[in-house]
Each structure stands twice: as structure tokens, then as C-alpha cells.
Design a protein around this ligand. Structure first.
Ligand SMILES: C[S@@+](CC[C@H](N)C(=O)[O-])C[C@H]1O[C@@H](n2cnc3c(N)ncnc32)[C@H](O)[C@@H]1O
Length: 216
């Protein structure tokens, strides 16, 4: 549908990381910020036991429902934010390609714009992940190197998760980043001559605490 984020390099890098990681088969999977449902559909095709997809945009919800239904895949698509995800967890695998582009204060597009540092969806997601994940669950989150990779790693680790970068890809600036280049330079997130961004996938693992009561 027009106005819904079309899957692109970041979506494909995350789907590739999911295949590499294994773990989707028989898992309860959450695709947070699902857009067209591309990652939710990928997880269902990999044999997930259940897939829940969440997006704040009504058009994205409709598109994801349609994409799952036309493929005959059982994906539950919910409209909402983190609260909707938390209400329906826990999940064995959490996938997210959230909006993460640093935004200069002009009209914002919720498909990719995410506040002055690109973290207005990422930070709450990192903080909520321990509550979203089952006891041996893991998450794969994709974002730009301009949006604070170390901030994500630190935030996940302070929530008690193990966290590491598991995939990286250098891609040329698309139209959105081209329009943001001056802002990124102004706030010293990018070098003046930058024409490429590094997109990274971060994996976070909730390791079992044998002393804790089973939450499921
Ligand atoms: C970068 S797109 C990713 C789409 C898809 N996951 C993919 O990889 O192709 C981000 C999506 O997040 C949604 N979104 C933005 N803010 C959100 C929020 N607070 N909660 C849930 N979804 C949100 C947008 O509507 C958009 O569909």
C-alpha cells in the first residue's frame, strides 16, 4: 500500500541474520514495527510456531494482514506500540527494524524518522526487551551506525541481556539520508564527506536465570 515502508537493505539484512541465527522454527516470534509484514512473513515461512506483528500505522497493519493472508500464513497483526507487544508476549524471538533516522525537526515521517538522535523508538524497545523475551529468547534489531550502536549495546546490557553486533553492511545514502546529510554533519553524527552509512544487526540474548521462577 502507498505510504508503507517498502522492504529494503535493512529489512533484507535482518532477514538474512534471522536465517543465519536459526531459532525461528517452532518459536513464538514478534515482529515489532512490521511495515508490510516482510519479516513476520519470513519468520512464518521459516516455521515459527506463532508470529505476532505490531505496527502503529493502520495502513501497515492492513498491508501486513494482506501479505500474510495471500500467502496462507498465520500471522497475527496488531495495531499499536510496545504496550501491544508486551501484552501479547513473551516471545522466543523478537525482530525489529524500527524507525531510526535522526531527524532535524522538520515534518517527520513515522516510517523512518526517530527524533534528534534516531532513538525515540529504539530506546524504549531496548528497555522493554527483557520483558518481551522468554527465558532463552533472543532479539535481532537492525539500525544505522548513525543512531548509536554503542548506546544500543549498553542499554541492552544494562537490562541484563547479552548483546553483540552480528551483521554489518555498508550502503550508499538513499534519498532520506541524502536529505539529512547536512543535519547529520551539523550534529556531528556523520563526517562532512560521508556518502555511505553502515547498517548493523544487533543480537540480544536473555540467558536463563536458574534461580528465577519460570515465567511461562
Ligand atoms: C523502517 S519501517 C520497517 C518496516 C519493516 N519491518 C521492514 O523491515 O521492512 C518502520 C515501521 O515502524 C512503524 N512504527 C513507527 N513507530 C512505531 C511505534 N512506536 N510502534 C510500532 N510501530 C512503529 C512504522 O509505521 C513503520 O511501518
Amino acid at each position: 500500500m502507498p505510504g508503507v515502508y517498502r522492504p529494503q537493505e535493512d529489512s533484507f539484512l535482518l532477514a538474512h541474520a534471522l536465517r543465519e541465527a536459526g531459532g525461528a522454527r517452532d518459536a513464538r516470534v514478534l515482529d515489532f514495527c512490521t511495515g508490510t509484514g516482510f519479516l513476520a512473513v519470513t519468520a512464518a515461512q521459516l516455521g515459527a510456531a506463532s508470529v505476532t506483528a505490531v505496527d502503529i500505522a493502520p495502513r501497515a497493519v492492513l498491508t501486513a494482514r494482506l501479505n500474510a493472508r495471500t500467502r496462507g500464513l498465520p500471522v497475527r497483526v496488531l495495531r499499536g506500540g510496545l504496550d501491544a507487544a508486551t501484552r501479547t508476549g513473551p516471545f522466543d524471538v523478537v525482530l525489529s527494524n524500527p524507525p531510526y533516522v535522526p531527524h532535524d525537526g522538520g515534518p517527520a515521517d513515522p516510517r523512518w524518522d526517530a527524533g534528534p538522535d534516531g532513538r525515540c523508538v529504539l530506546d524504549p524497545l531496548c528497555d522493554e526487551l527483557p520483558n518481551l523475551l522468554s527465558s532463552n529468547g533472543f532479539a535481532l534489531i537492525v539500525h544505522s551506525g548513525f543512531s548509536g550502536v554503542d548506546v544500543t549495546l549498553d542499554r541492552l546490557r544494562s537490562g541484563g541481556l547479552k548483546a553483540a553486533v552480528v551483521a554489518r553492511q555498508n550502503i550508499p545514502f538513499g534519498p532520506v539520508l541524502q536529505s539529512r546529510a547536512r543535519y547529520l554533519q551539523h550534529v556531528q553524527l556523520a563526517d562532512p564527506d560521508a556518502t555511505n552509512e553502515e547498517v548493523v544487526v544487533i543480537r540480544a540474548d536473555r540467558t536463563r536465570n536458574d534461580c528465577a521462577p519460570d515465567e511461562e
